[in-house]
Write a protein that binds this ligand. Structure first.
Ligand code: NAP
Length: 279
């Protein structure tokens, strides 16, 4: 698996498997299938309520713990230094491991500075191999990255052909922070899987729309974690390292960018109110 080197020198697979909206009961089976298919990085979160299923699958896989890269995220109801610190230990317990490879703050709201200090402390104690953030768009990202001791290694943000994050990626790179995509297929929104341009490009290489969309992210240096509960799609999604999109294809895919989220805007008052109801 292709890897990227994070700002603290650790190697992270550039492709992994995400388990958002994978039910706790199905999670163990899905992660087992993903590991069997060849995925070696798993992205979960406290808010997905399936860390335990991830831990079970890793334990039962027989694969060395050092060969699997685990990512999780602290939810906002656990923000503030003390609560975040306790929640990291809870995540370790549910994942049945004594370290997490990458722990992120899930959202840029509430007492994020207190929570980030807990990440920094757990990093220094060896409980976390790298730390970072998620959904920190340039305003929140520059603010936090400029005011913490350990600059985020990763910022996981919505990134796909319709919301490409070109400028935000440049800003992250100024800080040595790696961009990681969530929703690489926009969860199928905007008729993603039948997009005419992606279909046409795919037909040249004998690849599906999903494979073109993922390959385009890989060539931009983005870390990806597509989700599917189907093993055939897990196989299809990881089968993207045997072709290369031409510079011309990369340029034409750039025209699909709307510069807008396919889900919600983290700067919109109603969105922020919604997050406040989930504290
Ligand atoms: P996504 O990966 O963009 O899309 C998943 C959807 O695409 C599912 O409906 C899946 O269906 C379908 N799909 C997958 N592969 C396919 C293929 N080859 N052909 C056709 N359909 C396919 O959405 P996501 O789950 O939101 O994002 C990926 C991961 O990012 C998550 O699992 C999570 O780990 C992370 N994430 C993080 C945040 C955050 O706030 N940090 C937010 C959202 C997601 P089936 O499952 O039925 O196959």
């Amino acid at each position: 698996m292709k890897t990227v080197t994070l700002n603290n020198g650790i190697e992270m697979p550039q492709m992994g498997y995400g388990v958002y909206q994978v039910s706790p009961s199905e999670c163990e089976r899905c992660v087992s299938d993903a590991l069997q298919t060849g995925y070696r990085m798993i992205d979960t979160a406290q808010a997905y309520y399936n860390e335990e299923g991830v831990g079970n699958a890793v334990k039962k896989s027989g694969i060395n713990r050092q060969d699997i890269f685990l990512v999780s995220k602290v939810w906002i109801s656990n923000y503030g230094y003390e609560k975040a610190k306790a929640s990291i230990d809870e995540s370790l317990r549910r994942l049945q491991t004594d370290y997490i490879d990458l722990m992120l703050l899930h959202q840029p709201f509430c007492d994020r500075y207190g929570a980030y200090r807990a990440l920094e402390e757990a990093y220094k104690e060896g409980k976390l191999r790298a730390i970072g953030v998620s959904n920190f768009y340039p305003d929140h990202f520059i603010d936090l990255a400029s005011n913490v001791e350990i600059v985020p290694a990763v910022n996981q943000v919505e990134t796909h052909v319709f919301d490409q994050q070109i400028e935000p990626q440049k800003i992250m790179e100024e800080f040595g922070t790696h961009i990681m995509s969530w929703g690489p297929f926009a969860e199928g929104r905007n008729r993603f899987f039948t997009n005419p341009l992606l279909t046409e490009i795919g037909s040249k290489y004998g690849k599906t729309v999903a494979q073109v969309a993922l390959r385009w992210l890989i060539q931009r240096g983005v870390i990806i974690i597509p989700k599917t509960t189907h093993i055939e799609r897990m196989q299809q999604n990881i089968d993207i390292f045997n072709f290369e999109l031409s510079a011309e294809d990369m340029t034409s895919i750039a025209t699909l960018d709307t510069g807008k989220s396919a889900f919600f805007d983290h700067h919109d008052a109603e969105t922020v109110r919604l997050f406040m109801s989930w504290r």
